[in-house]
Design a protein around this ligand. Structure first.
Ligand SMILES: *Cc1c(COP(=O)(O)O)cnc(C)c1O
Length: 411
């Protein structure tokens, strides 16, 4: 998107504000479907937790996507956006049995990731087909918080427990219609992914009624210059070929499924914030914006590096800045970052702000969560209003306190 368009959006809708470019989402979706055009059926389940605005969900639905959900509320959002229950897969971790039953009752595809729930669910609902989440114990992922396939991970049923799964399936007479893995969020190496896939194929042979194999996600998108990106085209070619061979051996055309979040929406998003203060200390120039980790926590939580451009002064002389927020705690977006000269009132644009940014926003410091804009068909659409003071008060209950005299009498 052009700088001028972004500046106009900041002017019209105020700052800070999240802006998502629909075309980028559409392009990423098409890249993925094109890469896997040779498989019998490709199912893409967009991971709602990355960016859950209902208008974004509708956009993905219009492209033919399904949804990956991790809470019953995400399931409800998907239904609200018009998805059929069969287009939604529910992959919870550590939620209550009741929540899984509610999702099953709504007709969504259940994905179970531990043996005790599998046994309880199979005993009680043997007629509801379920998918199982396998942990192949492949170490992948860029950050320990988001690498979920390793041996001590809390996610999935260990690949070494396949015999136990098989016994539960036999005892309960339940049907396993899908097999799934999600090994981490930052897979850089196609061969690592293919290696994990082999483990999943091996496991799949134990189940005779499969309809799909779900390879989760793990697509890496570039955040900063020089970052490696998953080569989706190469990956598509290699995995499709291997998948088609597997289907021949299995004796049935299965669907190949993915659940990308970041890949579809990360690069589509920009976060616009305005500079309140430029502060020179003995060693550093700080640019303080009208935001903080209440709106945008990824740099502080994961150390992720988001590009920062000064769109008000793109041709200004580049200088080094620490970009920080207004929260009464350390909230550093970037250290010692080269940005064209920043003046108070300038608008900074943070890139890769589509995934895990707004969805992690909070009201910390009693601030409003920002507005969200979808740039669609050459026009800025407001898809979430900025909060107001009513939102801060909403659900708070004021109680009557004793007046002082009465309180003193009690003592
Ligand atoms: C979070 C999550 C995803 C999406 O991961 P990305 O890195 O955003 O693509 C997919 N599947 C499951 C089960 C998840 O928990």
């Amino acid at each position: 998107m052009e700088n001028d368009t972004l500046l106009e959006i900041a002017k019209e809708f105020g700052s800070p504000v999240y802006v998502y470019d629909a075309d980028t989402i559409i392009n990423q979706y098409e890249r993925l479907t094109n890469a896997f055009s040779s498989v019998n059926e490709l199912r893409i389940h967009y991971a709602v937790k990355a960016l859950s605005n209902i208008s974004v969900l509708k956009l993905l639905k219009s492209l033919g996507s399904g949804l990956d959900t991790v809470s019953i509320q995400e399931v409800q959002l998907g239904l609200e956006a018009g998805f059929d229950p069969e287009q939604i897969i529910f992959t919870p971790n550590g939620v209550s049995f009741e929540e899984i039953e509610i999702a099953a009752k709504l007709g969504v595809q259940i994905n179970i990731d531990n043996l005790s729930i599998l046994e309880s669910f199979g005993s009680k609902h043997p007629d509801v087909p379920v998918c199982i989440r396998i942990n192949p114990h492949v170490m992948a992922g860029g950050n320990t918080n988001i690498s979920v396939g390793h041996i001590d991970s809390k996610f999935g049923i260990s690949i070494h427990q396949i015999p136990h799964i098989v016994r539960i399936v036999e005892n309960t007479q339940m049907t396993i219609n899908g097999i799934h893995m999600h090994t981490g969020s930052d897979i850089l190496d196609v061969d690592v992914f293919l290696y994990a896939s082999e483990i999943l194929f091996e496991a799949a042979k134990n189940f005779k009624n499969l309809e799909f194999i779900d390879f989760g996600s793990g697509f890496k998108v570039p955040y900063k210059d020089g970052d490696i990106e998953t080569n989706v085209e190469e990956f598509g070619e290699k995995l499709s070929e291997r998948f088609n061979t597997f289907c021949e051996q299995y004796g049935k055309d299965l669907a190949l499924a993915f659940e990308p979040g970041k890949f579809l929406v990360s690069e589509a998003g920009q976060f616009l914030a305005s500079v309140n203060v430029v502060k020179q200390t003995t060693s550093t120039v700080f640019a303080q914006i009208d935001s903080g980790f209440n709106h945008f926590i990824r740099p502080m939580l994961y150390g992720s590096q988001h590009g920062i451009r000064n769109i008000s002064n793109p041709k200004g002389r580049a200088r080094f800045y620490s970009v920080v927020g207004y929260i009464c705690e350390t909230d550093t977006f970037a250290n010692n970052r080269r940005i064209s000269e920043i003046r108070e009132g300038d608008i900074l644009a943070f890139s890769n702000a589509g995934a895990y940014c707004f969805t992690m926003a909070s009201n910390y410091n009693s601030r409003y969560r920002p507005a969200e804009i979808l740039w669609y068909n050459g026009k800025a659409h407001l898809i979430r209003k900025r909060e107001t003071f009513d939102d801060i008060l909403k659900n708070q209950i004021e109680i009557e306190l004793f007046d002082n005299a009465y309180a003193e009498a009690l003592i």
